[in-house]
Design a protein around this ligand. Sequence first.
Ligand SMILES: Cc1cc2nc3c(=O)[nH]c(=O)nc-3n(C[C@H](O)[C@H](O)[C@H](O)COP(=O)(O)OP(=O)(O)OC[C@H]3O[C@@H](n4cnc5c(N)ncnc54)[C@H](O)[C@@H]3O)c2cc1C
Length: 397
Amino acid sequence: MAENYDVVVVGAGVVGCSVAYYLAKEGIKVGLLERESIGSGSSTHATGFISLLGTEFTPGPSFQFGLDSYREFPSLVQELESATGMDLLYQRRPSLRLALEQSEEDLIKELMTWQKEHVAMRWISADEVHEIEPRLTPSLIGAVYEDESAQLDSYRLNLSLATGAEKLGGETIFRKVTGLLSEGDRITGVRTESGDLSCGTVVIAAGLWSPPFQRDLGFPVPVGALKGERLLLKYDGDPLQVLISSPKRGHMISRLDGFLSVGSTGGRDYDNDQLYQGEDMDRVPTEMARVEIMQRAIDVFPDLENASLVEQLAGSRPLSPDRVPIIGPVPGKQGVVLATGHTTKGIHLGPITGKVVTEYIRGGCKTVPTAMEPFLPSRFAGLDQADFQTAGLDVDE
Ligand SMILES: Cc1cc2nc3c(=O)[nH]c(=O)nc-3n(C[C@H](O)[C@H](O)[C@H](O)COP(=O)(O)OP(=O)(O)OC[C@H]3O[C@@H](n4cnc5c(N)ncnc54)[C@H](O)[C@@H]3O)c2cc1C
């Protein structure tokens, strides 16, 4: 006989674990299925930068979703740390988004025209930047100074969400889901390599491995892969007191464990034919990325010439064709919810995704919450072939 759950979540990345955590908090019996290990997908590789600046969020509901998730973190981190005893290395600090070239200044200022209505920020000159951090390159033009943004260790977040869900009664089951069970138009459970599980609702949170489920759903689940690499450095100078990023050179963050994170590579770093190198390449660090990231970091912070490499991380982001997450019910099917395609923002948006999916399931999957509307899978109805090339090349992290 099949094991039975209220909800089965497929995939124990930050998104799936957030969904499981918020469901378990509501007393819903949840089974979290993972084919490898917790955080073995994209989530472990992420910088864990929780920032509202950049090009990922557009004005309106998308930005509001990011803002709501940002505001969820302080209490969530506190809850998870006290429930699990883990230190998530969560820091809230001012941030600088640097312009080293005219095109970067133009982009930053254009975004500021609407972002500054929601986030406390101001443009500051190169002199003011150097008062804050004198070690930054003399050749920068200026920066937007944001009063506060945040960063944490994404693997620890991932693990603490899974542990937090377990402590609230959720079960983590290490099995690969090979298909969906259905009766008519209703999904009734999942097939795994070692037995079936039945449930009221299946949540597919399998990141870039979500597309195989489109066969059983009879509906497109368009998620591609966008490779990203970053470096952890040992730098003996004082840690940076601000979180730094720039449109063309990525981030530079002194983590609370003492290491400096720099990177990441993204769409801008690939030629058309390099974007998709297959699953085997997803987690393989490349020398090209290491050299490129290091050079960019030194361009921004010349003293990093003296830093040494501790670790090179390589993973792939679950890329959606419009770079917007895919969250919500599947047209024509009952008993199934997608929570995937978070592209460059799955760590940032994990908690709010967990909350909104839980709200939908708690309401008997009858009413789509307003916050879910911009992300509904229905926008891909009839999609034949997704254009991941354009989507990937447009990513500017
Ligand atoms: C270099 C880099 C830097 C990044 N920086 C940031 C950042 O600073 N901020 C941010 O918000 N985001 C960042 N991201 C993006 C972020 O990592 C992703 O958006 C996020 O991790 C996606 O989470 P997920 O849970 O959807 O997917 P994943 O973490 O990939 O989890 C999916 C899980 O599903 C499992 N799975 C798949 N198929 C099955 C199956 N059939 N059965 C059972 N289990 C299955 C996988 O094994 C995996 O564990 C970065 C990504 C990279 C690569």
